[in-house]
Design a protein around this ligand. Sequence first.
Ligand SMILES: C[S@@+](CC[C@H](N)C(=O)[O-])C[C@H]1O[C@@H](n2cnc3c(N)ncnc32)[C@H](O)[C@@H]1O
Length: 479
Amino acid sequence: AAVIGATVPTGFEQTAAEEVQEKLGSASRISRDRGKIYFAVPARSLPQVHRLRSVDNLFVVVEEFKDYQFKENKEDALKDLEGLVKKLPWTDPLKVWELNNSLKKKKTKRKKHNLQSPASKEKLNDGGEEGGADQNDTNDQEDCAQNIVGVASSQDTEKPQGVASQNGGEEEEEDNEQLNARDEVQASSGSSTKAGDGQTAEGEAKVLKFRVTCNRAGDKHSFTSNEAARDFGGAVQEHFQWKADMTNFDVEVLLNIHNNEVVVGIALTEESLHRRNITHFGPTTLRSTLAYGMLRLCDPQPTDIIVDPMCGTGAIPIEGAAEWPGCYHIAGDNNPQAVKRAANNICSLLRKNESKDSSTVQGVPLDIIQWDICNLPLRTGSVDIVVTDMPFGKRIGSKKKNWDLYPACLMEMGRICTPGTGRAVLLTQDKKCFAKALSRVGHIWRRAQTVWVNVGGLHAAVYLLRRTWERAEERRSFW
Ligand SMILES: C[S@@+](CC[C@H](N)C(=O)[O-])C[C@H]1O[C@@H](n2cnc3c(N)ncnc32)[C@H](O)[C@@H]1O
């Protein structure tokens, strides 16, 4: 069995643990270092591990130290870390890494094939978009320094915090380039390569390339994450005779230090799995993993009607349609640009479904419409679930506007939801305004649960609300 570590959206550790239990039958340990879980699975279950919906990045654990005693003196502490390398049980984790590589190779081939299909070139006209950063790609662990050090070069390199996508179109191109670069890496480090001894099947010497990434959190360390990665990396190089390469590496060794907890691992994902659905990003695209967590929180049942009335690029309804195809999903936004992006993302999902089974044309149980949340074209009591990511008032709207928008939203959501059984899962960073708005509609919404999350470094909350039996105020029919 391999011990797998997974980074998950902060706050949704329990949801991820439940998913692991349900789909892999393994119990998880939730790390003290928030946003991580650990679970043991047989190596043959790796494909299912990659299909988990609530995990961002995966790694195989080499060794975990729950109470590592760091020396006070910097040099001694770093020397200890260096010395650790040759004592670690690398063999089995490296076998898991190799197996994972062979799986990825197959996946990459399939992906490339899809990209070549003429359908993948089709796009709705996206118009000139403003530049947009994927807010959620920024490092969630804001108090955690992240550095990657190439020991071959004396220069320490900082990993850019938060990869900003310029716009939807460019994002797509960037993905393709990464894919090509990855193909090359995998061609040279495919499953025939023995990681431990650096031999290919033909017996030629093949030197693997690696980098060390150190994530450090805690104020009691005498060293920086750069220094730890550099010295640990030096020892890895010496031990395996691998070559350090910051960008074109085969193996990424992880050194996670959180106070006295040290976990050494080997990365099994090259990019976060939250990028699975979205091809056209917007300024506030939500991670698919967080969208999954929000949807799971309201426990969708087959035939439920699920609405995201402020869908932006559609991260929530697209994840919903992919994972809960027995439900019907309706999405809308008042911004025509957002609706266009979401429509493009839905097209991408359609193509993905088509290529899975080219013999049948499968639809997607999802409609998108341009509307105003305060006046939805939906009948009173006709919706089971509302899941939405509300404007924080930073990138979209303003905190001032939220004082009017939030109470109006809650009223309208209350109107469309079925009394007694309806529920809403709402994400916002504007907690003060939300609390005030909720207090005004306490007769129709009852707060059942709050999950504290970190969205791109912002402390936000996800509220699970339950619809009371109280009849909502009827308003003039839309039609
Ligand atoms: C935080 S963003 C949602 C991001 C989305 N989850 C995604 O993945 O792209 C909030 C969205 O609310 C929309 N919005 C703001 N006011 C609205 C209104 N009155 N009616 C409908 N949508 C609105 C904005 O256009 C924006 O797309």
